[in-house]
Design a protein around this ligand. Structure first.
Ligand SMILES: Nc1ncnc2c1ncn2[C@@H]1O[C@H](COP(=O)(O)OP(=O)(O)O)[C@@H](O)[C@H]1O
Ligand SMILES: [Mg+2]
Length: 237
């Protein structure tokens, strides 16, 4: 389980995460909802070790993460797919995937995992020698997820995977996120502004406003709540 307790993160004097506590149980998909500026990316960055927290704790299966460097957090089995995807745009699809496995020494297993990624994302295989920058937005999102999977994570953190995708691509990506969770047993912490889609795949969710958790519950409970209905589903009933 990924557990966060009373976490604070600041940029200078501005507090972006203020006293967040949440749990992502092993094997589940948990959603984190919130508008732009709520602190979602900051929270994921703190978990992945990219920014430092000022207070509170982050533990993965009981082990504290907060003081570890990012590569050690990857070694512990946690991978982040960042909001901007951060692909190596001049490099090929295959090279991007290989770089996702840079901490691994088991070359045969890495080759097998490349095959697995192409099985999840068949559209990438004929493009494996193509530069990442030539891919469509949806294909780039697939490559970013594939690259994260190449580190064999037990925990996968996704920062707004739906951003900029067509409805068809969005459906394809979320179907694969569910499959990865089901078939690989990967625990998924899913940050989304697309409430409807996120709560359709997640079992539970949290709502973040101004750096603090203002609601949590099962997806059904959240979809039923006045807060989510009025502020996160565009007022639909
Ligand atoms: N690198 C940064 N330096 C200073 N302030 C930042 C930085 N990144 C984010 N912020 C601020 O922190 C708050 C939370 O941002 P962010 O975590 O990106 O929210 P979200 O991902 O929910 O849109 C915002 O007020 C944002 O302006
Ligand atoms: Mg963000």
């Amino acid at each position: 389980m990924l557990s966060i307790r009373d976490l604070y993160v600041s940029y200078g004097r501005a507090e972006a995460v203020r006293g967040v506590s949440l749990d992502v149980p092993k094997g589940e998909i948990v959603a984190l909802l919130g508008i732009n500026g709520a602190g979602k990316t900051t929270l994921l960055s703190a978990i992945a070790g990219l920014v430092r927290s000022t207070r509170g704790s982050i533990t993965l299966d009981g082990e504290p993460l907060a003081k570890l460097r990012p590569e050690y957090i990857v070694r512990r089995g946690l991978a982040l797919v960042p909001e901007r995807r951060d692909l190596f745009s001049e490099m090929s699809v295959a090279e991007n995937l290989e770089l996702g496995a840079y901490l691994r020494n088991d070359r045969a297993a890495v080759r097998a995992d490349m095959k697995l990624i192409y099985a999840y994302f068949p559209v990438l295989e004929p493009r494996r020698q193509q530069q990442a920058s030539t891919l469509s937005g949806g294909q780039q999102q697939m490559l970013a997820i594939g690259r994260a999977l190449m580190s064999r994570p037990r925990y996968l953190l996704l920062d707004e995977p739906s951003l900029g995708l067509s409805p068809v691509m969005l459906e394809a990506i979320f179907e694969i996120i569910e499959r990865i969770n089901r078939e690989e047993g990967t625990t998924v912490f899913l940050v989304e502004q697309n409430t409807r889609v996120a709560l359709s795949v997640a079992r539970r969710g949290y709502v973040l406003e101004n750096g603090a958790v203002v609601a949590c519950g099962t997806s059904e409970e959240l979809l039923d709540s006045d807060l989510v209905r009025s502020s996160y589903l565009g007022g639909e009933q």
